[in-house]
Design a protein around this ligand. Sequence first.
Ligand SMILES: [Fe+2]
Length: 397
Amino acid sequence: MKTINIKDLQPGMFVVGVIRQAGHVRVKNQGWVRNEKGINNLINSGVLEVEIDPDKTLDQSQPETETVKEIAEAPKQDPWHKSVPVEAELGHAVQMYEQAKQLQEKTFLDIKEGRKIDVADFKETASGFIDSVFRNQDALACIARIREKDGYLLEHSLNVSILMSIFAKHLGFERTLIEELSTGALLHDIGKIKIPDEILQKPDKLSENEFAIMREHAKFSHDIVKDSGLGDIASEIAGFHHERLDGTGYPYAKKGEELSQYVRMISIVDVYDALTADRVYKVGMTPIQAFKKLKDGCPHEFDEHLLNQFIHCIGMYPVGTLVKLKSHRVGIVAASNPDSPLQPVVKVFYNAKNMFHVEVRDIDLSDKRVDDELEAAVKPEEFGLDLIKFFRHSMLP
Ligand SMILES: [Fe+2]
């Protein structure tokens, strides 16, 4: 057996397996590559190195025989496929995110002044998010993790929409369904616009009475989304996102079978984003802490199977998470590694032992030459780091 670079692969060679790849395409069969088309298929699938069996190389001067199996004929795209690198997607993703925030602001005003919401704008925003997620989900996932402390009201809905798109894509849903879920998620908290500001913005714990008023937002969301002409799934996820399987949720106290798979999905995503968000009055949890908390709510509140799926697609160390390595270096997870989730690419920029900034570098923890590993997810506050500033200066093109 011999490992060769994909550039050195020639028609007639027998491929035993894929050794290294940028994407995540499963090449099921071993086999001969018959022609340039077969080689190009592998290259387009992100294959970088393959193992070949030189003893089986065909003599290309001989005519092709029936017994020759073609490898990787039409690779099926799997949920982790990345057609562009994260660096190429980030700038575009930031722009979309900012535009979506402006749309939220405009809509808050529209509703306050009695105008109907413009569904087309939300559909377009959701569609842009989904396109980006299909090109490389790491970009928007990263932006959803790194956020402003006082931006919760606007950013939460965008993040829930992004996470729902990633989740739905992971579950293999059709594009039209992903669009409806993503649009509904963008609007799931729109009903908060009808809650008085002194309750909505209150930094302290709400009184029993105030909380009762706050709970009404889901009902308002349901009605606003229904009136806007979006489908039943969108209004259902907007209206029922605080319902729980055991009937302890609000405002309708629905339970069990009354809650569709889509409602079960958004209830997980909504809580995950709320727990991991930094608020004026609290530091957000790390993703692992949030997953643990959600697990505690299984199976009585949340659907355990779906939660496991969500954890699988987001990962313990999602892109955008601040992590500390064994070497004391601190950095942001810059690219996921679905084949080996504990070995992502980390953009390091700080040394926690000496407490100073170091030259920004990408460390691919799956690279055999790298003698380092993930130690823990950490909070920027522990080291006085400003992630947003770092993100703008070092990660955007
Ligand atoms: Fe809500």
